[in-house]
Ligand binder design. Sequence first.
Ligand SMILES: C[S@@+](CC[C@H](N)C(=O)[O-])C[C@H]1O[C@@H](n2cnc3c(N)ncnc32)[C@H](O)[C@@H]1O
Length: 291
Amino acid sequence: MEETITKESKWKKEEEEEAKIQIYKYVFGFAEAAVIKCAIELKIANVIESHGRPTMTLSQLSTALNCSPPLLFRIMRFLTHRGIFREETTPENLIAYSQTPLSHMLINVAPLLLLENSPEIVASWHNLSAKLKNSYNNNENSDLVVPFEVAHGKDIWSYGARNPGFNRMFNEGLGCNARVITLPAILENCGDIFNGVESLVDVGGGNGTTLSVLVKAFPWMKGINFDLPNVVSTSEKYDGVEHVGGNMLDFVPKADAAFFMCSLTDEEYSLPPKSSITCSIGVVRGYAFRV
Ligand SMILES: C[S@@+](CC[C@H](N)C(=O)[O-])C[C@H]1O[C@@H](n2cnc3c(N)ncnc32)[C@H](O)[C@@H]1O
């Protein structure tokens, strides 16, 4: 009996000691995202990638980035521990770095990482508790609480319309997500949902990246990128894609099919009221479908 008590108190003590270590993960949980943002802003991966040799010494990297070697070393130590860059020692006994699949991805996914780690988006996460407070019994008012609006006093689209820098970052971030992650998966696994579609309107299509990829994959298809006026007016032009600005609740340009990607939740999913479109293709929460 006494032995069991001793064992239990030993485990409890060990758990408490472990908790003291683990809690620091949460105290400094923000640091991981901050260091990755720092790496992207300094363009560390781009510089190593374009160096022309597989490895780059700390000294070469510091010179290229105009950064203090001891400071840069600390950032690189943090990143290499997480598999972002590989640390090696050269035959001359110098510290050197090379790319890993993860550091290579930093280059491709930079706009998305910068968006999700932007002060505006992080501020909405910091208001997550506002969404849950008083939500017991499915209180209707709590459905109306949107953390972004609590943080910024307006909805994300109005905020984007008044803040061109955020508008651009948002559209580039989502365009990057579409180009690098979502569309390759759609094209590889269910590209046939576009069979027979000669004209496609992307409703809430952002800056048109999605359609620019789709019209390349299906060259017979004409793309109409439909989004809010402030979004399409600042979007790049793409061959085979026409930008149209407007409010999807008022109208949707005519096409063989309407495409909704992450523009609606599955609860909201329906064709807009004044639409003449009878076919729609959606990608909602990782599922692609055609109705
Ligand atoms: C979550 S984003 C999705 C963007 C893009 N479809 C994607 O998956 O990357 C929603 C898009 O809908 C647009 N949007 C929001 N309200 C809109 C409205 N009333 N009419 C047209 N577009 C709207 C936004 O500007 C934004 O580009």
